[in-house]
Design a protein around this ligand. Structure first.
Ligand code: SF4
Length: 355
């Protein structure tokens, strides 16, 4: 393998963007070919060579392949919406999404290393209209400066780590100069899709702006490679707490064994499984959606069968904020007792006098 392979800029420059490029890795099925052709004008596809190398060329159901190769099924989703969380309506200035009083998602970039087929922000990713010009970034920073309740800023997109180190240094420096911004969070999939982005220089830069937290986005154990583990290790050594946010996806991670292997593998890499999102009612993603009851059962099956901190919170994001989707272990009150159900279905009554 050439030295270039390990350079993140080389990976970005050599991304796969058409059927011919994809054929270096696999022969697309008729359904994939149809998806590639018909979705060229609407959420076309982009894949890093690194992530493409994880795809199984012999298995169209490969969970890595399903996440990034277009499929005809995307054309058949009458229920899907362009902006199911009403993010545009929650934006006081361009690309700043405010659902809660004290924190914002700041979509600083419209680019990603690759395009996930189920992306919540597919309206934005790769679309020039959503790019943030320097002037627009400054306007958003100004809004943060004048909105004193904002103590937690999530830099997301797209992907903030697609920015150069220089641009990131400027942005982080500007945020750090705002007294009321206590925490900077990064939402990035690059440790999964382009782990070579996590260079020593990047880690040094991030560590100069602490407290910085980072949430990444692994969906399947196949993504837990030695390269990804190395990226997580570097970030951890730079003092950055790491969390993971997956999306529950049909045919990718919607079974107990896969989810358990993923979560335990993340913990071994010192990445805390944080959220698993219910897939949104998003255009072109009907074939990925899993009934919520099934999701609840998957996480119920993990309870008591692995370390508590290896079990992420399963949530439904709504325009009103995130809603936890928990199995109802708390069964209710009976007289002076609270009735609860244990992980293996046994009933316990805990004395709990009222008032
Ligand atoms: S990395 Fe995140 S923002 Fe980018 S395409 Fe994938 S899901 Fe969307």
């Amino acid at each position: 393998m050439s030295e270039d392979w390990h350079r993140w800029t080389w990976q970005m420059q050599h991304r796969i963007r058409d059927a011919e490029g994809l054929r270096q890795y696999l022969e697309p099925t008729p359904e994939e070919r149809e998806g590639i052709e018909k979705l060229a004008a609407r959420f076309h596809f982009v894949i890093t060579p690194y992530y493409a190398s994880l795809m199984d060329p012999d298995d169209p159901q490969c969970p890595v392949r399903r996440q990034v190769v277009p499929h005809a099924a995307e054309l058949d989703d009458a229920a899907g919406l362009a902006d199911p969380l009403d993010e545009v309506a929650h934006s006081p200035v361009k690309n700043v999404i405010r659902v809660y009083p004290d924190r914002i998602a700041f979509c600083v970039n419209n680019e990603c290393a690759l395009y996930c087929r189920y992306c919540l922000r597919k309206r934005m990713v790769g679309e020039p209209d959503w790019a943030m010009k320097r002037r627009e970034l400054e306007e958003a920073l100004d809004w943060i400066r004048h909105t004193k309740e904002i103590r937690d800023v999530l830099l997301t997109g797209g992907d903030p780590l697609v920015f150069s180190d220089d641009k990131l240094a400027w942005l982080l420096g500007e945020l750090r100069r705002i007294d009321h911004v206590e925490i900077i969070r990064l939402g990035t999939r690059l440790p999964v899709t382009l782990p070579f982005r996590v260079t020593d220089d990047l880690c040094r830069l991030l560590s100069e702006h602490h407290p910085v937290w980072l949430n990444t986005h692994f969906n399947h154990p196949k993504e837990l490679t030695a390269e990804a583990a190395d990226a997580a290790d570097k970030l951890t050594r730079a003092g950055i707490p790491l969390g993971n946010q997956s999306v529950l996806l049909r045919g990718v991670n919607d079974d107990v064994a896969t989810m358990k292997t993923l979560c335990e593998g993340l913990v071994r890499m010192r990445v805390r499984p944080y959220y698993v999102y219910q897939a949104q009612l998003l255009e072109g993603t009907g074939h990925f959606r899993v009934p919520i009851e099934r999701g609840v059962e998957i996480f119920r099956a993990l309870r008591g069968r692995t370390s508590g901190f290896a079990i992420p919170q399963y949530v439904l994001d709504t325009p009103y904020g995130k809603v936890p989707l928990d199995y109802p272990y708390l069964r209710g009150r009976e007289g002076d007792e609270i009735v609860v159900e244990s992980f293996d279905g046994r009933i316990w009554r805990e004395p709990n006098p009222a008032g």
